[in-house]
Each structure stands twice: as structure tokens, then as C-alpha cells.
Design a protein around this ligand. Structure first.
Ligand code: OAD
Length: 249
């Protein structure tokens, strides 16, 4: 496969050797599937919608139906799109390693649909809902009602999207697993994230502190760019397949 990207020899050597790889992903990896990112100045979700009216527990308390419908609309958009070459490259990369984890801030399920097996979802999943009163009551299958938000079969509280909202804790199990895989990684990729939202943004810094190679893949610079071991400028759907092909030569 010919490639428009010239990769540093040191990067290729490190990536060829790596056996415990962690790919940290954000909204940018799904951009080429047609899902808008959050912070794009023109087309980003947070340019069009106010996150305080949609992605906080207070917003849901004030107007549950409005919030429920917005997430239902995003869920519908997500089932209509397909994983892209970036998602598939990560699923294929896993075949070369003893351990390959994806740690994602995305809630779209596209890594799993591309075939990635070990996916840690830091911000939950749009494909599930849960009881708004009992955090651990996650529901995969529910009945949509035309005029109201469906309720928990157990306690009658409203169901809500199983995603993390502003001001909420991340699911502790997922965060601990993410910290664990990063702590034992020998290569960390940071793909398609603005590296602004904590605690996800801290994870590459932990790896750097431990002397692990961190490779950023993003068309734009981020706060991580200056610190990353390598920073590859370009869309994930092009850079990742080209990098994977370069490893096999
Ligand atoms: P952002 O919208 O903040 O950042 C997306 C990043 O993807 C930007 O740095 C873009 O430059 C980059 N990008 C765009 N197209 C790309 C492409 N084709 N390939 C690679 N990179 C590309 O999204 P996140 O960093 O994921 O949280 O945002 C983190 C969290 O903030 C989200 O999970 C969400 C949001 O508010 C919650 O809703 C709690």
C-alpha cells in the first residue's frame, strides 16, 4: 500500500516492538464516519447545542423529555453510520500484539462494530440506558413512548442515557481498568481527542512519565502535541491504516 505519510524510523521501530498497546480515542476517530465532534468551532455539537441544557443531570431534571429526545436522535444517527478505516486499523493492529486495549471517550460503539474486542468506555454508551435513580441498573432493551420518558421497571424513576454528563463521575471500574492498561503499556496512541476533558486527558501523561512512547494522531494541534513523543498530523482514517501498513513492511 502506498502512503502519503513518511513515518520516523524511531516510531516504526517502537511500534513494531510494542506488544501491549493502548489506543486512547476521542470523537475525532468517528468524524470520518460522519459523526460530528464536540468542539469543532463551526460544526461541533457544542457549537450547535448548549451542553448545559443537554449533558448535565440538572438539565435532565429540568426537562427529561428534551434531553431524552436529543440522545434518541444521536442514537439514531449512530446506528445509521459505519465504522471507518481508522476503527478497522485498530481492530487489525490488535492481531500483532499480545494485548491491545481501546480506551474511548466515545459512546458510539463503532470500535466494537469494527471488531475491537477489548474496549473500555470511559463515558458510557449511547446504546444503553439506565435508571436515573439507581446507577447500576443498566438496560439494553426498552420501549420508547411517544410522549414521555420511559421509566425503570424496578423503581419507576425515569430511565436516562447511560452516558457520563458534565459534573458526573466516570464509571469507576472503567477508569481503573484504563489506568491499569496504561500503566502496563509499551505504546500509547492518542487519537482524535482535543485532550481537554479530564480525567481522560491525563492518561497519556501517565505513560510519558513512565517513559512510554506516546503517539498523537490528529489533524490539529492539541495541548498534548508538544509533549507527545510523536505527533502525526492527519485524519485517523488515513494515518492509522498507513502506519499499520508501514509496520508490516
Ligand atoms: P472534541 O470535539 O473535543 O475533539 C475532537 C478532536 O478530534 C479534535 O482535536 C479534532 O482536531 C480531532 N479530529 C477531527 N477530525 C479528526 C479525524 N478525522 N481524525 C483524527 N482526529 C480528528 O472531542 P473529544 O476530545 O472526544 O464528553 O471530547 C471529549 C469529551 O468532551 C467527549 O467525550 C464529550 C465532550 O464534551 C461528554 O459528553 C461528557
Amino acid at each position: 500500500m502506498s502512503s502519503d505519510f513518511a513515518f520516523d524510523d524511531g516510531l516504526i521501530q517502537a511500534a513494531r516492538r510494542a506488544q501491549r498497546v493502548v489506543a486512547l480515542s476521542g470523537a475525532g476517530i468517528s468524524a470520518e464516519s460522519g459523526i460530528p465532534t464536540f468542539r469543532d468551532a463551526q460544526k461541533g455539537l457544542w457549537a450547535e447545542f448548549d451542553p448545559m441544557e443537554l449533558a448535565t443531570p440538572e438539565a435532565f431534571e429540568r426537562n427529561p423529555k428534551f434531553v431524552w429526545d436529543w440522545y434518541a436522535m444521536r442514537r439514531q444517527e449512530m446506528v445509521e453510520v459505519e465504522p471507518n478505516a481508522g476503527h478497522y486499523a485498530l481492530a487489525n493492529w490488535a492481531q500483532r500484539c499480545s494485548d491491545f486495549s481501546v480506551v474511548t471517550q466515545n459512546v458510539d460503539g463503532l470500535h466494537q462494530r469494527a471488531g475491537s474486542e477489548q474496549v473500555i468506555e470511559l463515558h458510557g454508551s449511547l446504546l444503553q440506558v439506565r435508571c436515573s435513580a439507581e446507577e447500576h441498573k443498566v438496560v439494553d432493551d426498552w420501549l420508547e413512548l411517544p410522549d414521555e420518558v420511559p421509566r425503570c421497571a424496578h423503581c419507576e424513576a425515569y430511565l436516562r442515557p447511560n452516558v457520563v454528563w458534565f459534573g458526573e463521575m466516570l464509571p469507576m471500574g472503567a477508569l481503573l481498568r484504563a489506568e491499569e492498561v496504561v500503566a502496563t503499556a509499551d505504546l500509547v496512541l492518542s487519537i482524535g481527542t482535543s485532550s481537554l476533558v479530564q480525567p481522560a486527558a491525563q492518561l497519556p501523561y501517565r505513560a510519558l512519565k513512565a517513559g512510554v512512547t506516546v503517539v498523537e494522531i490528529n489533524p490539529d494541534e492539541t495541548p498534548l502535541t508538544a509533549d507527545a513523543t510523536y505527533s502525526l498530523r492527519g485524519p485517523a482514517g488515513q494515518v492509522l491504516p498507513a502506519l499499520l501498513a508501514a509496520l508490516s513492511h
